[in-house]
Ligand binder design. Structure first.
Ligand SMILES: [Cu+2]
Length: 233
């Protein structure tokens, strides 16, 4: 019942988020994320099939300076990873949101977790515009793990509230990401078990949040924006 919010609509909302976005970047920086090396090999083709043994890659234009997620084991044995999700090419982590005004992105695009580990993935979502999935889409539902939105357990996020998804097709993982309140962010915590098979797994958003007639172009089709890699090592 909700139609996709166009890019121009998104652009009109972005000014509300800039301050919070900068604060989030500072927070992420404070977590000790380190810069990627500049010697990343070529990206995989974007297939959802596991590419065991292949190194991590991204074809994002900012790959040489995008921050990399840390995956320090916590006392509980779980691995904690934090991403931010936001729109706005002109603010955010240096190198992560460059030159693509209005494109939504996850940052860092790629992160590494140990094989077989329990992963607690926290996504701070700053995009306050909903982008509805097709009626009956399975991607409104949590799959392959458990999820909380702002501290409350959920099994799905409605089309009125969904902004993006964090989806790893090859692993059967899907976390619908609730839109942010205006000027703020929503906190999604998705807990899942990393596969025991090492490799590089493509994750992507499956809401039609990109450009083009069907919303699947632009950011949706570009690693480093609405696509990235879960590297299981
Ligand atoms: Cu998206």
């Amino acid at each position: 019942m909700f139609v996709h919010q166009g890019v121009s609509d998104r652009l009109s909302r972005r000014s509300l988020r800039v301050g919070a976005g900068l604060a989030a970047v500072a927070a992420v920086a404070g977590l000790g994320l380190s810069a990627c090396g500049s010697s990343k090999p070529a990206a995989t083709s974007g297939t959802s099939a596991p590419t065991s043994g292949q190194p991590a890659a991204t074809s994002a234009p900012a790959a040489t300076s995008a921050p990399a997620a840390t995956s320090a084991p916590a006392a509980s044995g779980a691995v904690h990873v934090t991403l931010i999700g936001k729109v706005d090419a002109t603010s955010g982590a240096p190198g992560s949101f460059t030159g693509k005004s209005g494109w939504p992105a996850f940052a860092p695009a790629d992160f590494t977790v140990p094989a077989g580990s329990t992963v607690v993935l926290t996504i701070k979502e700053y995009d306050d515009a909903p982008t509805a999935l097709a009626s009956g889409s399975p991607y409104n539902n949590v799959a392959g793990g458990t999820e909380t939105v702002n501290g409350s357990a959920v099994t799905s996020v409605s089309n009125a509230d969904i902004a993006h998804t964090f989806t790893v097709p090859a692993l059967g993982l899907n976390a619908p990401l609730a839109k942010a309140p205006s000027g703020g962010f929503s906190t999604i915590v998705f807990t899942f078990k990393a596969p025991t098979t090492k490799g590089t797994y493509v994750y992507q958003c499956l809401t039609p949040c990109g450009s083009g007639a069907n919303g699947n172009g632009g950011a949706m089709a570009t690693s480093g924006w609405m696509k990235g890699h879960v590297i299981v090592s």
